[in-house]
Write a protein that binds this ligand. Structure first.
Ligand code: HEM
Ligand code: HEM
Length: 178
């Protein structure tokens, strides 16, 4: 039987994956002003709330990743692909953890409050400051686009392995009950 990631890691993987894809779409809709005017504040609130929630979920996931080793890859996966997958996975951690931080810092530096789903206001980490705002806005944008590129790469890698007969998707899927 193929080794799999533990259930809690699988749940976190799919929750975070869905949220991150939604965040990138919503972020681009916000940036390019594609939503009807009345929907903009709602989309903004959802983007901020979901982004902050993803930060908490990703910290939990990092904790689990540091405590537990991932299941071993199939023996047929060559060394350079093992290295590439390790690098890609750690890049995911780095990007998903820093994106919400960049978001908070640029929004605050532009002089706005950061409020989780309209309910909890975050403390001020940085005061109004145009230069800091511009810096973190640019980081949020470029790291966001790189994250999108990494997702495309990640999904292509999974498909390539599956086509080669190395079962990858099942590692992130629950076991069927007998
Ligand atoms: C959209 C955001 C996504 C993020 C941030 C993400 C992140 C990750 C990370 C960090 C791992 C390594 C697990 C660990 O060691 O902690 C992983 C594994 C995996 N992901 Fe994703 N993922 C995303 C989307 C997807 C999608 C859409 C698929 C569907 C094809 C997918 C399929 C998998 C599979 C099958 C594994 C297991 C690979 C292995 O065993 O090495 N992921 N993902
Ligand atoms: C994992 C978390 C997050 C991801 C993946 C993400 C992703 C993105 C992306 C791809 C964009 C479009 C490009 C851009 O304008 O920069 C965007 C826009 C935006 N993000 Fe995020 N974001 C996250 C968290 C946050 C958080 C926590 C905040 C605020 C506290 C935030 C505030 C914004 C704002 C205000 C925009 C619109 C910028 C504009 O109108 O030009 N984001 N986000």
């Amino acid at each position: 039987m193929e080794p799999r990631y533990r259930t809690i890691v699988q749940i976190l993987h799919w929750l975070i994956a869905l949220a991150v894809i939604e965040l990138i779409l919503a972020g681009l809709i916000l940036k390019y002003d594609l939503a009807p005017k009345p929907l903009r504040p709602v989309l903004f609130m959802l983007h901020v709330g979901t982004g902050l929630t993803v930060l908490v979920l990703m910290i939990a996931r990092l904790g689990l990743r540091l405590i537990h080793r991932p299941p071993p890859l199939p023996a047929t996966v060559p060394g350079h692909e093992r290295l590439a997958s390790t690098v890609a996975h750690w890049l995911f951690y780095a990007m998903v953890l820093t994106m919400p931080v960049f978001g908070v810092l640029f929004v605050q530096a532009h002089g706005h409050k950061v409020v989780w789903f309209g309910l909890v206001t975050l403390p001020l980490f940085v005061g109004k400051n145009a230069a800091i705002g511009t810096l973190f806005y640019a980081l949020h944008f470029y790291v966001g686009l790189s994250l999108l590129a990494l997702i495309v790469l990640h999904v292509s890698a999974v498909i390539r392995h599956e086509k080669r007969g190395e079962r990858m998707l099942i590692r992130m899927m629950p076991r069927r009950q007998r």
